[in-house]
Write a protein that binds this ligand. Structure first.
Ligand SMILES: [Zn+2]
Length: 421
């Protein structure tokens, strides 16, 4: 299963789209050819060559209510006339594996600095997926659409609360560490690193006390995410049913995640503070290894929670992992696109992150890199990477992380304002 918000539509990749072909206005509606798996995330600055190539025949855009978006790409120098952008909302599956669609908008671009720019306000009531087609003379546009970008400007606040949900029996590596002490340190960690937004309150709730699901989560058993229940994200705990916690980000604390060397995970651009898919960030007190398990320091757990929350806001790794490439199906996204985060050419070349053999479910997982683990490659040490201490480096450095850069912090603030809360 692909670890991004679009995976709910994964089964429909080859599905056809159905809808009416002509509006009453006489405008010819050109349905996306198929539902392609390519998507653009809001405010993402990575190269996205594959997504760019699919604007014409069907690119997915995750959109939120009341947010203003601009989709833009480079004008094809060989074609003077500008194409019309048609946007479709995905509906329900109908018969024969077809998905119904509804035409929501047709837009003409502005030309700005050699780029076509299409601006629209999303008037949906919930998070939704819209699909594009680009039309000229009643057919698909024949020109190129290079360097596509989706920028988003939302009306929501830049304040965030957190809800630490303790699942089952947890034992911290540090003897005598209580949940409340850990929670205070976690809050301090978020306030230390998330300086572009306000981290308001951190709540602590226990899964066994959940008003409707409590009996599923026994207090005295260690929870193994992905084994105790199939859902690695423990999604059903997202969106805790208490008014004060309604918009808090749910950080789920379990004994361990049932994947080797995975410290934590979240969906890339999770996009929901209201429960449901993509609403949880998962961390463990222990790390599954190929021979058993080992305890994780609280410092590493906190750094992992901060890192995974970065993915929740749509931040990429500073240097892509093999799993990242596979999720995007795009080798042009080898780094995050920010000019103030370096990336590690040697890490890409080394294949080190490839040797982790992480299952697809851990696409945006965080891996601890043990220096002794790759004895066959003594010439390379990940701590030599120029981005090794950036919070979005794919491996955790136990000597500490420097945090986020200015551009990463600005991205976090922008995307928090896109998520309804
Ligand atoms: Zn990561």
């Amino acid at each position: 299963m692909r670890e991004k918000i679009l995976y709910m539509f994964f089964a429909l990749l080859v599905a056809g789209l159905v809808g009416c072909a002509e509006e009453e206005s006489g405008e010819v509606i050109v349905l996306p050819r198929t539902l392609s798996p390519f998507a653009l995330y809001p405010n993402d600055l990575a190269n996205n060559d594959s997504a760019s190539a699919h604007v014409v025949e069907g690119l997915q855009l995750v959109v939120h209510p009341k947010v203003t978006y601009t989709l833009s790409f480079e004008k094809d120098p060989n074609i003077e006339e500008a194409p019309i952008l048609q946007l479709f909302r995905l509906g329900d599956m109908v018969d024969d594996g077809h998905v119904s669609t509804r035409h929501v908008r047709s837009l003409e671009p502005k030309l700005d600095n050699g780029r076509y720019v299409y601006e629209f306000l999303c008037e949906e009531l919930d998070r939704n997926v819209w699909v594009t087609s680009l039309v000229q003379d009643g057919d698909f546009y024949k020109g190129t659409t290079r360097k596509a970008r989706l920028m988003a400007d939302g009306p929501y606040s830049d304040t965030l609360s957190l809800n630490l949900i303790v699942v089952g029996k947890v034992d911290f590596q540090e003897e005598g560490m209580a949940v409340d002490t850990f929670a205070r340190q976690l809050l301090d960690g978020f306030r230390k690193y998330y300086t572009s937004i306000t981290i308001d309150t951190l709540y602590v709730r226990y899964a066994h006390e959940h008003p409707t699901l409590g009996s599923k989560f026994p207090a005295n058993e260690p929870w193994l995410a992905g084994r105790s229940s199939d859902d690695y994200f423990v999604t059903e705990l997202g969106g805790w049913p208490e008014p004060a916690l309604k918009y808090a980000l749910d950080i789920v604390l379990v004994h361990r995640i049932e994947l080797d060397w995975v410290l934590g995970y979240s969906l890339m651009y999770g996009g929901s503070l209201l429960g449901g898919t993509g609403s949880t960030v998962v961390i463990g007190t222990h790390n599954k290894t190929n021979t058993g398990e080992m305890g994780v320091t609280t410092a590493s757990m906190i750094s992992t929670a901060v890192h995974e929350t970065g993915h929740f806001f749509g931040l990429r790794h500073t240097t892509a992992t093999q799993a990242d490439f596979e999720v995007d199906m795009d080798y042009s996204n080898y780094e995050d696109g920010f000019t103030d985060t370096p990336y590690c050419r040697d890490l890409l070349a080394s294949g080190l992150l490839k040797t982790q053999k992480v299952k697809p479910v851990a696409d945006y997982a965080r891996l601890p890199i043990l220096r002794g683990r790759f004895a066959a490659k003594p010439a390379f040490d990940v701590s030599d990477c120029p981005d090794a201490r950036n919070m979005m480096f794919p491996a955790v450095d136990d000597e500490g992380m420097d945090g986020f850069t200015e551009q990463q912090l600005e991205h976090i603030r922008k995307n928090l304002r896109v998520y309804p809360h």
